[in-house]
Design a protein around this ligand. Structure first.
Ligand code: SIN
Length: 308
């Protein structure tokens, strides 16, 4: 699926640049985007050892801006895995067919076919979602490293779910407060399978790994204490304890509100970008690119807490 144009891309904010500070710190800058979320990190080489102080700056930026874009990272898969592991254990995607050879921690996200067969998951992010919200312990965050970018399209959109909660009309807040919703990996799997070659039939073992789970509709970020809406059009199927039509109607309103333009940052990829987003704060969507153009990305996914 190709979504819209690039009209929603944002320019960089000039004022809030944060300079490298004390001795022992690498000279990198964190520049906030002029958008409802996001910042870029310039002048840092993640193939070099990272001091505890620099790690703390990055961690803080991730909590403050929810997406951090590390520019110009010429890192290997091993280095991506090692950096990702500093934030927590890594999760292995249920579609093991698309693991990078020798590196099960890396999911290949790609529209490329080799000898007629997909080399990666070509429609990852086709619907708005938070990674692995269908697991008991959903993802803390994901890191996506650009390997090959299309000349046109291929953007990734992020929606700020803290803002979505904070701006939700009062009657909807009251309707969902304290409620749980079901998330399941299989919610739209058959629909995706019909559209594209990217979705293999799942084995019974794979299906057992993605049994439906209940998650709070509103979650509290375990590190910042901020509340966020935690439902998505891809994985959330129903709100527990409500009649089916009421649940469907309420979810439709939550989905529509979550992804209003004022909550969104649209990332137009640059060569060698490594983008690290917070799945506890955001939904994301892959805008797609023309089928004739190649897009290859490597994703690592960090395990988070039980949502509360
Ligand atoms: C994803 O949903 O993890 C993939 C996002 C993208 O390919 O832009």
């Amino acid at each position: 699926m190709t979504i819209g144009t690039r009209t929603a891309s944002f320019t960089l904010a000039v004022a809030p640049a944060v300079s490298a500070a004390a001795s022992g710190s690498a000279a990198f800058e964190i520049r906030r985007f002029d958008a409802p979320l996001g910042a870029e990190i310039i002048g840092l080489d993640l193939s070099e050892p990272l001091s505890a102080e620099d790690f703390a700056r990055i961690h803080r930026a991730h909590l403050d801006y929810h997406v951090v874009v590390f520019r110009d990272q010429r890192i290997t898969p091993e280095q991506q895995i090692a950096f990702s592991r500093r934030f927590g254990p890594l999760q292995i995607h249920v579609l093991h067919q698309f693991q990078l050879a020798g590196h099960p921690e890396i999911l290949i996200v790609s529209n490329v076919l080799k000898d007629g067969k997909p080399i990666g998951l070509g429609d990852a992010g086709h619907f708005w979602h938070s990674d692995l919200s269908y697991k008991e312990k959903p993802s803390l965050g994901s890191l996506l490293h650009a390997q090959e970018l299309p000349a046109e399209g291929g953007d990734t959109l992020f929606a700020n779910m803290h803002l979505a909660w904070e701006t939700l009309p009062g009657h909807l807040k009251t309707a969902v407060e304290g409620r749980n919703a079901e998330h399941t990996y299989l919610a739209r799997y058959a629909e995706l399978q019909q559209r594209s070659p990217w979705r293999p039939n799942l084995t019974p073992e794979q299906i057992a790994q993605v049994a439906p789970v209940l998650q709070p509709v509103v979650r509290t970020h375990p590190e910042t204490g901020r509340r966020a809406l935690f439902v998505s059009e891809h994985f959330t199927t129903r709100i527990a304890g409500l009649p089916e039509d009421e649940s469907r109607d309420l979810l439709a309103q939550l989905f529509a509100h979550s992804v209003k333009p004022e909550h969104i940052y649209r990332h137009a990829w640059q060569e060698h970008d490594l983008v690290f987003w917070d799945n506890r704060s955001l939904l994301h969507l892959a805008a797609g690119c023309p089928e004739s153009l190649r897009r290859v990305m490597y994703r690592t996914t960090i395990e988070g807490d039980l949502p509360g």
